[in-house]
Ligand binder design. Sequence first.
Ligand code: OOB
Length: 513
Amino acid sequence: MHWPDDTAARYRAAGYWRGETFGGLLRDLAARYGDRPALISPGSPGAPAARWTFRDLDERADRLAAGLHAAGIRRGDRVVLQLPNVPEFHQVCFALFRIGAWPVFALPAHRSAEISYFCAFTEAAAYVCPDEEHKAYAPGTRAFTLADLAGLEAPSGTGPLDLPDADPGDVAFLQLSGGSTGLPKLIPRTHDDYVYSFRASAEICGLTPDSVYLCALPAAHNFPMSSPGVFGALSAGAASVLAPDPSPGTCFPLVERERVTIAALVPPLALVWMDAAATTAHDLSSLEVLQVGGAKFSEEAAKRVGPELGCTLQQVFGMAEGLVNYTRLDDPEDVIVSTQGRPISPDDEILILDDEGNESDHGHLLTRGPYTIRGYWRADEHNRTAFTEDGFYRTGDIVRRTPGGYLVVEGRAKDQINRGGEKIAAEEVENHLLAHPAVRDASVVAVPDPYLGERTCAYLICRGEAPKKAELRAFLRDRGIAAFKIPDRFEFVDAFPQTAVGKVSKRHLRERT
Ligand code: OOB
């Protein structure tokens, strides 16, 4: 699962892996930036407003680590973490890091189908969730709500647990893969590799202790977590504002009040922000950089960012498995609007293969490097196809490389729908549809959408009379899947188009819509 020893030694010698752990990093940051603001939360119904300094975060991580340890959470335990954008999210992360337990990052949108699967597959020791209602998502797993956590925290002044720190080469947490298979895969990220990725990202994004990062996307996602995200902001001594939701109505007042300098959005939200900026009374002039990523941002929309929001656009093309590309802040305008950037690291290896497997400047993107995993967690069989024998990750993305070494995302070979940055594995939804008694066969594909980029369409072959669309939606809801996975459209057909070898031709299905 890990990098070969000689490769790891090379990454250490190059200074990428510096032997830091999350627990130690926060200790150092608290010593350095003590009373400066680290996490700012405006509060929302049920969550009080908060301003935590670096010292607060450090101490509260210790107090919660002591409480969780007393409650039986141990090194190597997996803890499924599903919290909204509140400072407790990061407190729990660092408390678990200090114990050496692994957060498993669920998204707020996940429901019983996803949560119960994560708990079972990771043999989770606990599930951390917002409230009592969520406990039903993980019936067999011990659950801690935000209120439970507050009760667990050891009294202030408790001091750090007397536990050995993690090894920097150890897995720190499991991140979720966007996925293209029936069940989501889990991504093991180590202290060394992840700390490198967000420290280098913070540098590329020019973060200083005076920067203010707006975390508007769900904090558990890799983009607002580490590209540079809240972790990158912390590592630079900068403050992060945790927005309860990404709408202009919530975020514009926060930008104004906290003098936000950098924010990260997916393309549909960038469109909404630009439209709202035209008429807003809020002062957005502090905003220097708007990062857009997670899905393809059209060149037409990209050109509008500078004029309409008065800031520099940064395109971000990344993946939870590792590789992240950025346009650089001082790149020429045409590079910024027409490419998805270039890798973080000089040691990110980019391999582009055509359909025949020959190296090319246009085709399937494979990658290997100091923060890209060498295998999913407990998925030996899948790893044999998702990675090459010499450790390259097959991203499933189709890209073109410009003469300047920048990547342009041109499409996707993986069986996934990218619904405005939310990733949907077609097979996962197909399996849920196949559980319906009237569904004989199901094929889920992406259809183009001007706002989200893509929406999902489920083609169904039914036994007898086709069920009502509303009934199919209700059926999927009752199976407990995240709402964003429920198809936007249903089409009933008698047969699926086939490829030459007799497989369902999704390309032909997509062309039908
Ligand atoms: C980010 O991570 P994931 O793991 O949710 O999704 C990764 C996939 C990529 O393989 C690609 O298919 C797509 O999302 N993607 C983009 C893109 N950024 C991601 N496709 C086109 N243009 C872009 N700019 O989505 C993620 C992780 C870290 C930073 C940013 C995004």
